[in-house]
Design a protein around this ligand. Sequence first.
Ligand code: C2E
Ligand code: MG
Ligand code: MG
Length: 556
Amino acid sequence: MHLAFRVFDCTIDGILITDPEQKIISTNRAATTITGFTEEEMIGKTPQMLSSNRHDPGFFQAMWRTIAEKGSWQGDIWSQRKSGEIYPQWQNMSEVRDEQGRLANYISVFSDISALKQSQEQLEHLAHHDPLTGLPNRLLLDQHLSQGLERAHRQNQLMAVLFLDLDRFKNINDSLGHPVGDILLTQASQRLEQVIRADDLIARLGGDEFAIVLESPTDEQGVGLVAQKCIDAFIEPFRIDGNDVYASTSIGISVFPNDGTHAAELIKHADTAMYHAKEHGRNTFQFYNRQMTELAVKRLTLESRLRSAIENEEFILCYQPQISLRSGRIIGVEALIRWQSPTGELVMPEAFVPVAEESGLIKFIDTWVLQNACLALAQWQAEGLSPSFMAINISGFSIEHGLLIGMVKQALHKSQVAPDYLELEITEGYLMQHKQQAVEIINELQDLGVQFSIDDFGTGYSSLSYLKSLPINKLKIDRSFVQDIQHNDNDRAIAVSVIALGHSMQMQVIAEGGETREQLDILTSLGCDSVQGFFYSKPVTADKLVELLKTDRPIF
Ligand code: C2E
Ligand code: MG
Ligand code: MG
């Protein structure tokens, strides 16, 4: 008995003995050491006191079922120490029966395996990461990419692989030494990590090669932008041991699904494209699909041209009158921007507004348009020629970034125009995506007296309950429904419902793109309030608009 007790107490595994009702009746020293509870604290309680809440009830039901069937159970289990710390333990539970076969006790023998788990995790990490930079290695890249591709396939999304190779890295290694090369690789990987989003993955493939996986980019041009950002991340020299070390990178890009559907294929094609980038003089990127490169470069050039256009204010505003279908006279004008490029070409907004929105440059454009449209209105007012409002298109970007209220206040202040002359147009597509934030900002500006209309209405899948919560004054029926309203019953039905919807919510309804007399007659018969379109006038310069205002007489 004495010897048995010594064994019980000296073994390094924790032991708990319970009665048939699972009340603890005996514990050994190791049980105290592992759990942190004293024997007195455990006696009389059930082993549930050590439960970690990491397992669902099904886990324990299965465990007890096994014990009932086989007499014992072994496995990994998460427990909780007195300190609250959760740790993994290896556990063996068995039942003890007396000579009559009646259940007498349960015995639980367990050991703390946290150290073991940790070294397992470390091994796992080592197997999947590059020891120098701590980045995922090729193995993890493959796994990540393959999983991502399955999802991209299911959800019909794009995925892109960027293959980066540092330019002339061998020179750096040979001339400055390997330790400097190592530091450069580490610093380069840190800079690249700042370029990508949290969902994207960057891996070191070995040597001076890196790969980046972009999750669901919106389009190829967007991928080109990220590639350019990676290249730009090398502009600043690397500071190593007090020296400035200059480096650059060449990047090849492949995009799922066009350039391949499997991980290995995409990586191979990105690698091929990287060699093209080297051939093109390094420090640049190339798509596997050559056409994509041209598009991406065009996009980037447009962005930088736009930047200088903003600096040099190369824009003009045209104005298109809005006509009341009751009085037949001008009630307001919409300001529409054009870019007068130094080459003499007049660029229409559709060719540059999307790029301005993606790059954030649109905030400067919105500011410029607001100020100049308000100044023009102030001048017309001074000449006694005022239309009752000036409609201005506002990008979602300015709302989203909390800039709109400041912009509007500044423009009103500079021009001394009263807020109720201002009507801001927000597209339905934007409003539906950014519900809550938009409501608050619109409300605040409404309190100042600014009016709001929803542009391109009918294209953005509005929810009616949301519309009700918006303090909007006007709906603009999208041009696409007006175009064929004479012949197309569906278009006419949509116009009818938008008009009914708007009026039931005390909103005005205007139709865009009225080009013919017939269209205007139909819109009038449907009860539409006003119209804007080529029938009355195309967007015109400020001078011509003044003429129109001077000679304004009913169109009917
Ligand atoms: P939008 O706000 O829906 O503007 C109406 C567009 O329809 C204008 O094109 C106008 O010229 C055109 N349009 C008007 N009447 C007719 C017609 O009878 N027939 C046809 N076929 N077209 C007509 P524009 O000026 O090229 O502007 C295009 C879009 O660019 C605008 O659509 C607006 O979303 C955006 N935009 C224009 N100016 C600005 C601006 O200053 N800031 C911002 N953020 N976006 C602007
Ligand atoms: Mg508009
Ligand atoms: Mg529109």
